[in-house]
Design a protein around this ligand. Structure first.
Ligand SMILES: CC(C)(COP(=O)(O)OP(=O)(O)OC[C@H]1O[C@@H](n2cnc3c(N)ncnc32)[C@H](O)[C@@H]1OP(=O)(O)O)[C@@H](O)C(=O)NCCC(=O)NCCS
Length: 359
C-alpha cells in the first residue's frame, strides 16, 4: 500500500447517492443540470431514496419537512444566548448542531426532522445576531421558500423562489467531499446523526471547503471599497503565491458544472439588486485566472455574490451552504450506516524506527 497525498484519486467507498465521474455531477444518475429545475424537496427525496418521488409522495414529503421546521422553546431560549456570542457564525452553528442533539430526542430523531430543524436553526442564528424577530414557517410555502422567508423575513416571488431552489439543489450533495467524508467516518462508528452533522459542520467551516464563499466576497469587498484595479489585485496575490478563493477544484479541472449555472443566477440577481459592479469584477478575475493559472471558478465563487444580493452578511454565507448540504450529509450518513463497515484506513509511518527505552 502506498500513500497518496490528500487521498487524491483514491476510491474511499461506494455510494449510490451522487457521482463526479467524467467531471459531471449527477445525483442518483440524474445530471445536475436537469435537477436544477426541480424543487429542493424533490431532490432531497432523491438523495435519500435514490429515486424521484411521485406527486403524492412529493406532497407528503414536502408537508412533512415544512411542518417540522420548528424548534422547541428550550432550543430557541438557548440559541438566543449562543447566537449572540461574538464568535464566527460557523462556530455558533457547530455548537448549535451539537445542541440540537441534546435538546431533541437524539436516539429517535429521523432525517426529515433533523434537516428541518437545521434549516430553522440556521435562519434563527442569522436573525438573532441581527436582532431581528424570528419568523414562523408559512405552511403554504415549500422548504426552500420557507428557509429564505425565515432568513430574510420576505416571501420570495416565483422567480426568486426558482433561483433559490436551484442554489440549494446545487449545494445539496457532492459525493465524497471533505465534510461528507467526515460525516461518513463518524457514521461508520454507528454514532448518532447529530454527532455526524456536528463533525461535518467542522469540516465545512474551513476556507479550502465551504468557508471559501465568505472569502470570495471579502476579496470583492476589498477591491470595491479601496477602488482597486481587479487585475492588479489578482496579479499581486498571484505574485505573493496566495490562493484566490473560489477558484480551483480537486476534481473539476475543466470547470465546476455548478458554477456555470450559478453564474447565470448571480448575473440576474446582481442586475436586479444593483450589484453589477461585483459581477463585473468577478468576470475580470475569472478571465485572469483562466488565462494565467488555468483555473476555473468553483461552486463558491458566484454563490458569494448571490448571497450578498439576497441581503445576507458574508459571515453567514457558509451557514447557508451547511443548510443545503445537510441534505447530502444525512443521505451519506444513512448509506454509511447501512453498509455496516467501520472506516479505519492505515497510515504510512515516517518517524524513527527501532528505538528502545533505556532503564
Ligand atoms: C479547492 C482546492 C483545495 C483544490 O486543490 P487541489 O486539487 O488539492 O490542488 P492544490 O491546492 O494542491 O493546488 C494545485 C496547484 O494549483 C494552485 N492553485 C489551486 N487553487 C488555487 C487558487 N484558488 N488560487 C491560486 N492557485 C491555486 C496551487 O497553488 C498549486 O500550485 P503549485 O502546484 O504551483 O503549488 C484549491 O483549488 C483551493 O485551495 N482553492 C481555493 C479555495 C476554494 O475555493 N475552495 C472551495 C473549493 S469548492
Amino acid at each position: 500500500m502506498s500513500y497518496v497525498k490528500g487521498l487524491a484519486g483514491i476510491v474511499a467507498g461506494q455510494t449510490k447517492i451522487s457521482s463526479t465521474d467524467n467531471q459531471r455531477l449527477t445525483y442518483a444518475g440524474y445530471p445536475i443540470e436537469e435537477l436544477a429545475q426541480k424543487t429542493f424537496e424533490e431532490v432531497v427525496f432523491l438523495l435519500w431514496n435514490t429515486r424521484l418521488p411521485d406527486q403524492d409522495e412529493l406532497l407528503r414529503f414536502r408537508n412533512d419537512l415544512v411542518s417540522k421546521m420548528v424548534l422547541p422553546a428550550e432550543t430557541i431560549r438557548l440559541l438566543s444566548y449562543i447566537a449572540r456570542e461574538p464568535q464566527h457564525p460557523m462556530s455558533i452553528l457547530r455548537t448549535t448542531t451539537s445542541l440540537l442533539g441534546t435538546t431533541n430526542d437524539v436516539e429517535h430523531d429521523e432525517p426529515p426532522k433533523i434537516l428541518s430543524k437545521m434549516l430553522t436553526a440556521i435562519a434563527a442564528i442569522v436573525r438573532i445576531r441581527d436582532d431581528d424577530p424570528l419568523i414562523d414557517l408559512d405552511p403554504t410555502l415549500g422548504v426552500a421558500d420557507n428557509f429564505l422567508y425565515m432568513l430574510t423575513g420576505k416571501r420570495p416571488n416565483a422567480e426568486l423562489s426558482g433561483m433559490f431552489n436551484t442554489v440549494m439543489i446545487l449545494h445539496a450533495d457532492h459525493e465524497f467531499n471533505a465534510s461528507t467524508f467526515t460525516a461518513r467516518v463518524v457514521s461508520s462508528t454507528f454514532s448518532d446523526y447529530y454527532s455526524c452533522l456536528t463533525a461535518a459542520v467542522c469540516a465545512l467551516k474551513g476556507p479550502l471547503h465551504g468557508g471559501a464563499n465568505e472569502r470570495v466576497f471579502e476579496m470583492l469587498s476589498i477591491i470595491v471599497e479601496n477602488e482597486m484595479d481587479p487585475l492588479s489585485f489578482v496579479a499581486e496575490q498571484a505574485h505573493a503565491k496566495r490562493k484566490i478563493m473560489g477558484f480551483g477544484h480537486r476534481i473539476y479541472k475543466n470547470g465546476d458544472p455548478r458554477a456555470f449555472i450559478l453564474k447565470e443566477i448571480a448575473a440576474k440577481l446582481a442586475e436586479e439588486t444593483n450589484n453589477q459592479k461585483y459581477f463585473e469584477i468577478q468576470q475580470q478575475l475569472a478571465d485572469y485566472m483562466l488565462k494565467n493559472k488555468q483555473l476555473h471558478p468553483n461552486v463558491d465563487y458566484y454563490t458569494a455574490l448571490i448571497y450578498h444580493c439576497l441581503g445576507l452578511k458574508k459571515e453567514t454565507f457558509t451557514m447557508i451552504f451547511a443548510a443545503c448540504r445537510t441534505a447530502g450529509w444525512l443521505a451519506h450518513v444513512m448509506e454509511q450506516r447501512s453498509q455496516k463497515c467501520l472506516i479505519r484506513p492505515n497510515s504510512e509511518y515516517i518517524g524513527p524506527k527501532e528505538r528502545h527505552c533505556v532503564r
